[in-house]
Design a protein around this ligand. Structure first.
Ligand code: E4P
Length: 214
């Protein structure tokens, strides 16, 4: 499973990228607004740090405007993946972008029928938001399970990007079910490596090593 960082924070992206296991980055308008940086400048900077797919979301809500905005974003760098919302206009734009060789991440997916339509439009990936479903008492991970089955049944190449991840168990569940990509905030990315028994074990090995015969 590919691991993406869901942030616009450049320091976090650098730190995660330094580990050598970061596959890409997702941004959204809320995350970009938090940075206080111009959208295009931020994307350019992220592209200099991470050599992998970088999702950049359009703000337009009609297909012609999405196409105009998305083409400009796609010109920033070959690694840019244009993010379109899962609305009818977004599907139209996705189909056109795909025919032009521009990769699309269809975002704000909350149902299996939406995911099916994104795949039919030729999306490079679809982003089901599992945490936001959990927030409304609907088991978000079940949606991933349904989409995995549907895409497998028909050999759709559209990747499932598990989004709105709130804790490491979401990452485990996504990997067990077969999500292709999991995007997460920096805090959760950091938690993935941590285990108290690792720290205790390492401390003991280092202490015992002091008594080794030289
Ligand atoms: C995905 O691309 C979105 O940016 C993100 O995962 C949304 O997560 P949230 O529900 O925590 O805002």
């Amino acid at each position: 499973m590919k691991l993406f960082l869901d942030t616009g924070n450049v320091s976090e992206i650098k730190a995660a990228n330094d580990l050598g296991i970061l596959d890409g980055v997702t941004t959204n308008p809320s995350l970009v607004a938090k940075t206080g940086t111009n959208h295009e400048d931020l994307l350019k900077e992220i592209c200099t740090i991470v050599d992998g797919p970088i999702s950049a979301e359009v703000l337009s809500v009609t297909a012609p405007e999405m196409l105009k905005e998305g083409r400009t974003l796609a010109k920033i760098h070959d690694n840019i993946v244009v993010k379109c919302p899962l609305i009818p206009e977004g599907l139209k734009a996705t189909k056109q972008f795909t025919s032009e060789g521009i990769r699309v991440n269809v975002t704000l997916c909350f149902s299996p029928t939406q995911a099916l339509l994104a795949a039919k439009a030729g999306a490079w990936c679809v982003s089901p938001f599992i945490g936001r479903l959990d927030d409304v008492s609907t088991e978000g991970i079940n949606l991933i399970d349904q989409i995995v089955t549907i895409f497998h049944n028909y050999d759709y190449e559209t990747q499932i990007l598990v989004a709105s991840v709130r804790h490491p168990q979401h990452v485990v569940d996504a990997a067990m079910i077969g999500g292709d990509i999991c995007t997460m905030p920096f805090g959760i990315f950091n938690q993935l490596v941590k285990h108290p028994l690792t720290d205790i074990g390492l401390e003991k090995f280092l202490a015992d090593a002091k008594n080794r015969k030289l």
